[in-house]
Write a protein that binds this ligand. Structure first.
Ligand SMILES: [Zn+2]
Ligand SMILES: [Zn+2]
Length: 450
């Protein structure tokens, strides 16, 4: 009872769009249907205890029940099937409840009828498929006889109307939410592309006109540090809960404010771009909250199903249900991947251009044969020490490097996007060289062009 109420309240209070709420898992309806499933099974003499003992794989009695979900790729539906496997000559145990005894008595009659039918006593008497789920008793024409299996067991499928209905409802709800989330993802993908264009305009490197490159770099650096939706730390690795994501997003926003980054924007368009970026993140967060809530509803109802029927389905449902969004939780992964591959790299981060030896920008980058990139100063120093191995991969590449290994295009790119850092690096190199040439008393004088 409690969850049904909490679920309804959460749906109403978390600010989801009305058309989402309409598509939410109808928990109450599923619960009602579950009651009917329970009654349906009980009418057959299959109370939870009996079901538990008969579906136990260790059960050695001549009667066994199997409950399985089947899924087909084309119909996008999952179908449950309860089958009875009986060896010839069942002895009905006197300790069974009257209802369960009745189940077996009916079963025996049904088996006999099946056998007669298969011998040809009643030609055309079989109503195969059992498509019409109306009658519940096993003796009805809906009981399907399957062929003997290899162990000499006879197998009968027990037609269960409400059980079918339950899973049909559940699967179609999952399908609806999947479709909804696929739509949302498409919208967010479009928004990311639009934002990419907008942010690359306002953060275009320029010496002469206004640009917000440095501010956007700072903003994205904070955003990457926040790891809003995915954590990479040792302890809490992987996808964050929506609650944790919210905390991270709030941290990011407060840092942007604290550092007055938006206030320092020089271009008006940067404000609207930041606004859009924040909205995009909020929208992904909403999607994750909705997904989390509905997934919880599905898991809760399946747990309830197991408790009331002992059919042990909650563990296998995940593998049978065909859900690329809700149950797979892929929306967060996909949108974040697009964010980090398409949007964030619009503003290159210094971290990606550091020399792994001196940790300053790898200006005048030397690309060794192994493809690792270092600043020219560090390579020269390693060569002077006659060390031949790349500090990163130990391949024999350092002494073979020459002026041909200078990556001119990369150098130009660094100069364009990291003007300040490149200047600092050049200055540091000049001082270092001066000390090498003139000794430690060398004082650096800036070169002034008159
Ligand atoms: Zn270096
Ligand atoms: Zn290397």
């Amino acid at each position: 009872m409690k969850f049904a109420r909490d679920f309804k309240e959460s749906l109403a209070s978390q600010g989801f769009p009305p058309h989402w709420v309409e598509q939410a898992v109808p928990y109450r309806q599923l619960k009602k249907c579950l009651k009917k499933v329970q009654r349906e099974l009980q009418d057959l003499g299959l109370d939870p205890d009996t079901l538990r003992s008969l579906t136990d794989p260790e059960n050695k009695s001549p009667v066994a029940l199997k409950y399985r979900l089947h899924s087909s790729a084309d119909s996008k539906l999952v179908r449950p099937a309860l089958t009875v496997h009986v060896k010839d000559g069942v002895v009905v145990d006197a300790s069974l409840t009257p209802a369960t005894r009745r189940f077996f008595e009916n079963l025996a009659i049904e088996l006999a009828a099946n056998r007669r039918r298969s011998l040809g006593d009643t030609p055309g008497g079989r109503d195969e498929n059992g498509a019409d789920p109306a009658p519940i008793q096993l003796t009805g024409p809906d009981a399907i006889q399957l062929p003997f299996d290899k162990d000499g067991y006879e197998t009968i499928e027990v037609p269960l109307e409400f059980d079918n209905q339950f899973f049909e409802m559940l699967q179609s709800d999952v399908n609806n939410i999947d479709a909804l989330q696929a739509d949302e993802q498409k919208n967010m993908a479009k928004e990311i592309s639009a934002l990419r264009d907008e942010i690359s305009l306002v953060s275009k490197p320029s010496r002469f006109s206004k640009t917000d490159l440095a501010l956007w770099r700072h903003i994205f650096e904070l955003y990457l540090d926040a790891e809003v939706f995915f954590a990479t730390g040792e302890q809490n690795h992987g996808e964050r809960t929506s609650q944790a994501a919210l905390t991270q997003l709030q941290w990011f926003q407060s840092e942007v404010e604290k550092r007055r980054l938006a206030r320092d924007f020089r271009l008006r368009e940067s404000h609207s771009a930041l606004d859009r970026f924040l909205k995009l993140n909020a929208s992904l967060l909403k999607n994750l909250q909705f997904q989390e809530l509905n997934r919880l509803a599905v898991l809760k109802i399946l747990k309830k199903f197991d408790k009331r029927t002992s059919l042990g389905i909650s563990k296998t449902f995940r593998t049978f249900v065909q859900s690329r969004k809700l149950m797979a939780g892929s929306i967060g992964k996909d949108v974040c991947a697009q964010l980090s591959q398409e949007l964030v790299p619009v503003v290159p981060q210094l971290n990606d251009y550091l020399c792994p030896v001196c940790f300053a920008i790898a200006y005048r980058p030397v690309r060794l044969a192994c493809q690792h990139v270092f600043c020219i100063r560090c390579i020269v120093k390693i060569q002077r020490r006659q060390e031949k191995h790349c500090p990163l991969c130990r391949s024999d590449a350092v002494l073979k490097a020459s002026a041909d290994n200078l990556d001119i295009a990369l150098g130009r790119y660094m100069k364009k996007y990291f003007r300040k850092e490149v200047k600092e690096k050049q200055r540091a190199n000049d001082i270092e060289r001066g000390i090498e040439d003139y000794g430690p008393t060398y004082t650096h004088k800036e070169c002034v062009v008159m």
